[in-house]
Design a protein around this ligand. Structure first.
Ligand SMILES: [Zn+2]
Length: 100
């Protein structure tokens, strides 16, 4: 009899974490989703507002002498926080933070 050697590859599987994944990508554009508040199938109203990244980019541009460009981050949705509102009930479904 050959003694049983520890088998590599027989490592017990790590327990699978079951979690609800919201696959909807909330970017800077309106997205179609189901409102968690009124359960309506809606296309969100995406509203951009300056967030932390806007101010950081603004400060950074000033620091490197590009202060004439400092307002640009406030005009770029990609540098801003975007809130997705339900057009039916007006609730804020999701906030996309530029930093996060
Ligand atoms: Zn709603």
């Amino acid at each position: 009899m050959v003694p049983m050697a520890p088998q590599p590859g027989m490592v017990p599987m790590a327990p699978q974490t079951v979690m609800v994944v919201d696959n909807t990508y909330y970017g800077v554009s309106p997205v179609a989703c189901v409102c968690p508040n009124c359960r309506a199938s809606v296309v969100t109203n995406a509203v951009a507002s300056p967030g932390l990244l806007s101010w950081l980019a603004c400060a950074g541009l000033c620091l490197v002498g590009l202060w004439p460009c400092a307002p640009i981050p406030f005009c770029m949705a990609g540098c801003q926080d975007v809130r997705h509102y339900c057009p039916a009930c007006g609730v804020c479904i999701r906030t996309r933070e530029a930093l996060g």
